[in-house]
Ligand binder design. Structure first.
Ligand code: FAD
Length: 406
């Protein structure tokens, strides 16, 4: 078991989980959670889902009320970590004070990739990562008439579906030739494209936004690389995120497309771990290095580090899973659907309930399910058992998937 103060930088899903799990495992020493957002630590997924639609108040997003932090003796420090002095094992805060640590956990997450276009700094060019941005959009959605969403990833499409349901004219502009192209199979992209179009969303693929048009300080529209101009009074940008690696890099820790950590989520400094969206971790399960952006990854990383600090050091072996709610459809992903060479579809597309089973060299690597929770649950169990199921069996509707778990 480690001794001494554990400092955690970032109070998102990953940071909160380390603190909570440390106490669950009986860690009795000082724990400080450094939070640079002006809210109690909260969940992000509802920001582009239920919360954006108007459901719930900010309190409903919080992981725990403030009493929890007092009861658990977790010091929630409203500040920003500014510099790590590794030789002194000391963290300097933006307010000028400093904290000594025995172990430091970097859970700094990621930030929006900003649009680098003329007029991108207009007030109604919005992003959606933090509660304040969701809150502002939740209000703006009632007064806006026409929104252009730049980027057809999960967040862009979740926003687009909600905006359309609220009666806005919605155009989605995407450089790739299909929606969610980096994250899902063509089968899933095609399904969601059709569903969003059926809801009245116009989707423009294979084109780039080249400038935001303005009328004084107001958004007037978006110009596209094919010469078209789409009128709009609101632009929402969802073009991905950048991991927050600067604190680590300035302290001389190795970074690449994330803060580099080993299979136990330790940086090159044995007193510093990095977890969640900011961490590029060595994965024995998948081989090579991975950086994932999901609640599962962030919370399981948090649990893994807390276990190590309380005497149960293990390689991180979490099983990836993810979800996205778009309109009336729920997409759930189990495993890693990258690098596959075969896709088998099971279910009924017309009935809006089906799954895409992804295979790599004959081994099942991931399952993308639309409104088919049973397949998702099956996948998580199967991967947890390190098993596969043959493509031929998956393709056979009479084959009972559960028998593969027996
Ligand atoms: P974050 O949640 O980004 O938290 C990091 C925190 O660290 C932030 O509060 C940041 O301000 C703070 N910080 C950074 N630098 C410093 C510093 N120097 N000092 C102090 N604090 C600092 N995932 C899913 O699995 N399913 C979903 O449906 C889903 N929907 C999403 C919807 C939205 C709108 C967004 C934005 C994300 C969604 N995600 C979803 C992704 C998921 O929320 C992230 O993967 C998860 O939040 C990562 O947790 P984290 O703790 O690593 O980082």
């Amino acid at each position: 078991m480690s001794k001494g103060t554990v400092l955690i930088v970032g109070a998102g899903h990953a940071g909160f989980q380390v603190a909570a799990s440390l106490r669950q495992h009986g860690y009795a020493e000082r724990i400080c959670l450094i939070n640079d957002e002006a809210h109690l630590p909260y969940q992000r997924p509802p920001l582009s889902k239920a919360y954006l639609k108007g459901e719930g108040r900010p309190d409903s997003l919080m992981f725990r009320p403030d009493k929890f932090y007092r009861d658990q003796n977790i010091e929630l420090i409203s500040d920003r970590a500014a510099f790590i002095d590794r030789s002194a094992q000391r963290l300097l805060l933006a307010s000028g004070s400093f904290l000594d640590y025995a172990h430091l956990v970097l859970a700094t997450g990621a930030r929006n990739r900003l649009l680098d276009l003329p007029n991108a700094n207009l007030g109604d060019v919005r992003y959606l990562r933090i509660l304040d941005e969701s809150e502002a959009l939740r209000q703006r959605i009632h007064t806006a008439r026409h929104v252009v969403v730049i980027g057809a990833g999960f967040i862009g499409l979740e926003f687009a579906a909600t905006a359309r349901a609220k009666g806005l004219e919605v155009d989605v502009v995407e450089l790739a030739t299909r929606v969610m192209a980096r994250a899902v199979t063509a089968e899933i992209s095609d399904y969601f494209e059709e569903r969003h179009r059926a809801a009245g969303i116009r989707i423009h693929l294979g084109v780039q936004a080249t400038s935001i048009e303005n009328d004084g300080d107001k958004v007037a529209g978006v110009s596209l690389s094919d010469g078209r101009h789409i009128p709009a009074d609101l632009v929402v940008v969802g073009v991905g995120v950048l991991p927050n690696v600067e604190l680590a890099a300035e302290a001389g820790l190795p970074v690449a497309s994330g803060i580099i950590v080993n299979e136990q989520l330790l940086t090159s400094d044995p007193n510093i771990s990095a977890i969640g969206d900011c961490a590029l971790f060595a994965s024995p399960r998948f081989g090579g290095s991975l950086r994932l952006e999901s609640v599962q990854n962030a919370t399981d990383h948090g649990r893994c580090v807390a276990a190590r600090l309380t005497g149960d050091a293990k390689a991180y072996d979490g099983l990836p899973w993810f979800w996205s709610d778009q309109g009336d459809d729920k997409l759930q992903i189990a495993g890693l659907t990258t690098g596959y060479d075969q896709v088998v579809v099971r279910g009924d597309l017309k009935a809006r309930t089906f799954s895409a089973f992804c295979y790599k060299a004959g081994q099942l690597v991931g399952i993308e399910s639309v409104n088919r929770a049973a397949d998702h649950v099956f996948g998580r169990k199967l991967f947890g058992m390190n098993r596969s199921v043959a493509p031929k069996q998956v393709a056979d509707p009479s084959f009972d998937l559960k028998s593969a778990l027996a």
